[in-house]
Design a protein around this ligand. Structure first.
Ligand SMILES: [Mg+2]
Length: 173
């Protein structure tokens, strides 16, 4: 069986939606994902980098993110023909471990604990494919990198691109 590694934030979990909602609430703004085309929030509001990051230091931040549309059903389907690993760069926010683990157990109970990897640099991941929104991780991954569309990466080229989980299904099945 070939092995697919899957990123969490902005691929399985809707990271941006909550982040933008909290930011808009606290700073009286009405930013949408359209404002993030080609950029991250911290690049759009560089003067608030510290505040923007601070939300993610809350140990519960990652616990109630929405699941990306169709992700559960497609991952479950892929698991019949591929070995599925979740690979999340959790070292970016070590306080997120518990919340991320509980989130996976709630929404993806069919993924075995042995197939969950909390890592830093994903070059260590030995898989045939990596689905990720982060180009830096795809660049150093040794297998086939697949770029999952997120507002910040819309201008990136050089990788097969999937816009959503139905695209992922088409790509693999
Ligand atoms: Mg990500």
């Amino acid at each position: 069986m070939k092995r697919i590694a899957i990123d969490m934030d902005e691929v399985m979990a809707d990271f941006n939606k909550k982040h933008l909602a909290l930011f808009n609430r606290d700073f009286g703004e009405q930013l949408t994902t359209d404002d993030l085309h080609g950029k991250k929030l911290r690049e759009l509001r560089p003067e608030l980098v510290k505040e923007i990051r601070s939300y993610l230091l809350d140990p519960t931040y990652f616990r109630d993110l929405e699941v990306m549309e169709h992700c559960q059903e497609v991952v479950e389907e892929l698991a019949q023909s591929y070995e599925i690993f979740v690979a999340t760069a959790a070292m970016d926010f070590p306080t997120s471990f518990n919340a991320k683990y509980e989130w996976l157990k709630e929404h993806f109970p069919f993924i075995d604990d042995q197939n969950i990897v909390f890592c830093g640099n994903k070059s260590i991941i030995h898989a045939d494919y990596l689905i990720d929104d982060n180009v830096r991780q795809l660049e150093r991954f040794s297998g086939e990198g697949i770029l999952f569309t997120s507002p910040h990466n819309v201008n990136v080229t050089g990788y097969p691109r999937v816009h959503n989980w139905l695209d992922v299904r088409d790509y693999f099945l």
